[in-house]
Design a protein around this ligand. Structure first.
Ligand SMILES: Nc1ncnc2c1ncn2[C@@H]1O[C@H](COP(=O)(O)OP(=O)(O)OP(=O)(O)O)[C@@H](O)[C@H]1O
Length: 259
């Protein structure tokens, strides 16, 4: 099994005395971009955090044939990179230093410990999100969309085989929405397994290889975007009517009216 493959079997998560996720089972292969979609409160962030080992869960999570829970925190931090939904940094750190945190799991625990390969990974990550020119600016002085790109760059700098991104394009302008999704798909094409939580059904349709649709803590549908994001499912799960067509052989979905 290659390094990024995931097998999830009967995953349960209980938070604050409530069953937030129930009976989640799926497998995901390295090289794929998986979109997690579903209404607010469906459990997308919880699933991402459980898969990343950031919250307790029950059930099987096997990565590359290994029980994820048997890995040390340090091993997990090298193998799994995470772009959180809330990426606020309250200290006026230079963008480069925030991105350098992605190298922390590899031993770069302070700027003086950066080796040439850490410096190269940081430079590649900054370039990938077009932040090279802003590397010395304080992250607190950036716009919300620019800070999102910093969070993506920090995760890319880890060079982990599995990438979890929670709404990476929220508050990002259309140019960078497309460029971040293209970048994440490229990461997948280069062999990573990429999970993206998104409310952008159009982006899920265009960029994902598979879509997991959550509803009220359960996995409602899993499969190819054109099957999972079918009008009947969107009406049922999201209570919307959606316009759907194909353009350049790719599905286009535009949420059209609330039901
Ligand atoms: N620490 C917690 N204690 C109790 N309930 C929680 C906790 N964290 C999340 N929940 C509940 O779990 C459910 C799923 O939350 P989650 O954040 O995973 O949803 P989501 O699908 O990511 O939503 P959104 O699209 O709004 O970000 C929600 O009903 C939420 O209120």
């Amino acid at each position: 099994m290659t390094s990024g493959n995931f097998e999830v079997c009967n995953l349960h998560v209980r938070l604050g005395g409530r069953n937030v996720l129930r009976e989640i089972s799926f497998s995901a292969q390295a090289g794929a971009l998986i979109a997690l979609v579903g209404p607010s409160g469906a459990g997308k962030t919880t699933l991402l955090r459980a898969l990343a080992g950031l919250i307790p869960s029950e059930g099987g999570i096997v990565m590359a044939g290994e029980n994820l829970r048997a890995l040390s925190v340090a091993q997990r931090a090298q193998k799994l990179a995470y772009v959180p939904q809330d990426d606020a940094v309250h200290w006026p750190l230079p963008v480069r230093d925030v991105v350098a945190l992605g190298r922390y799991p590899h031993g770069a625990t302070r700027p003086g410990r950066l080796r040439p390969r850490d410096v190269e990974a940081i430079a590649r990550a900054l370039d990938a999100v077009d932040l090279g020119d802003m590397a010395e600016r304080a992250v607190t002085q950036l716009s919300g969309g620019e800070r999102r790109r910093v969070a993506v760059a920090r995760a890319l700098a880890t060079e982990a085989p599995v990438l979890f991104a929670d709404e990476p394009t929220a508050s990002v302008d259309p140019h960078y929405q497309l460029s971040i999704m293209t970048l994440l798909r490229r990461q997948a094409r280069q062999g990573a397994l990429v999970f993206v939580v998104t409310h952008d059904l159009g982006a899920a349709a265009r960029f994902a290889d598979r879509v997991l649709m959550l509803r009220a803590g359960r996995l409602e549908e899993a499969g190819a975007p054109r099957d999972v994001l079918a009008p009947a499912q969107l009406a049922e799960v999201f209570a919307i009517d959606a316009f759907r067509c194909d353009h350049a052989s790719e599905p286009v979905i535009v949420p059209w009216a609330a039901r």
